[in-house]
Design a protein around this ligand. Structure first.
Ligand code: CIR
Length: 262
């Protein structure tokens, strides 16, 4: 299943500059040591599935660089370097390009003025869903659709709920037919034709999980949603996310997940 089985991942260590990371609401500065500990647990969980995980050095010039997902979309056929909608994050995508070129012969680029960030892109077994958001424009989605067309992918535009950073802030893929989603997002009908497990009321921040090979990694602290996932038969690993959450980050943001075909 190409949408959740992966041979590789890329992540990046958080640096001292994370205290300056973007956030919708300031709930205090993230603690670097705690962030590093959570990050190590996250990488260990990815590696425990047998995947090769490249951990890049911190990039102090870019406070949000730990959230590598937003810099690229990695498909088996090639990688697309994003053009982030947050101006302070533009340089992160440029930094990621040479890393992707180590894994892929075909690396493509979304060009300005189109903007798009990886957090708005959900790859399922049958299509690529992209949410419009403050970071991802209609032009960005059109550009992505053009760039992946010859690889045979269908791109469908969906809406990210008002006030939600990215589409995947509110949803994740659990398997070829199942999504985990907040009620506010699922109510839009974007998952019609899929099975949806709703996060528990009051646990909306649990929606950003990742299915990575046999595991579902989810942020710790959301017991009702965890129990629903366990009951549905998923092998769940809870990972501390308190520091990333202060910067509106979750499980998906912390890695690029892929199986390159050379
Ligand atoms: C930002 O606002 O861009 C970062 N503080 C958080 C990015 C989270 N990334 C993601 O959801 N894919």
């Amino acid at each position: 299943m190409r949408s959740y089985t992966f041979t590789h991942a890329i992540s990046r260590l958080p640096g001292r500059s994370i205290t300056g990371g973007l956030r919708a609401v300031d709930t205090g500065a993230p603690d670097l040591d705690r962030f590093i500990a959570h990050h190590a647990a996250y990488v260990a969980a990815l590696r425990s599935t047998g995947a090769e995980v490249r951990v890049l050095d911190a990039l102090e010039a870019f406070p949000d660089a730990v959230f590598v997902e937003d810099t690229a979309l990695c498909l088996p056929e090639g990688a697309i370097v994003m053009h982030p909608g947050a101006p302070t994050r533009l340089g992160e995508a440029a930094e990621m390009r040479p890393v992707l070129e180590e894994f892929y012969a075909d690396v493509r680029q979304v060009e300005a003025p189109a903007t798009i960030e990886g957090g708005d892109i959900l790859v399922t077994e049958r299509e690529i869903l992209v949410g419009t958001s403050a970071r991802t424009s209609e032009a960005g989605i059109a550009e992505l659709a053009r760039l992946v067309a010859d690889w045979g992918y269908k791109v469908r535009t969906v809406n990210t709920p008002e006030g939600v950073l990215h589409f995947k802030t509110d949803c994740s893929l659990l398997d070829e037919e199942t999504m985990l989603a907040t009620r506010r997002l699922a109510a839009s009908g974007c998952f019609d034709g899929y099975r949806v497990i709703h996060v528990a009321d009051g646990e909306e921040a649990a929606a950003n999980t990742i299915r990575f090979n046999d595991l579902v990694l989810m942020p710790a602290g959301f017991p009702a949603t965890r129990d629903a996932l366990l009951k549905a038969g998923y092998d769940v690993r809870e990972i501390g996310n308190s520091e990333a959450a202060k910067l509106d980050g979750g499980m998906s943001c912390l890695s690029l997940r892929f199986s390159p075909v050379r």
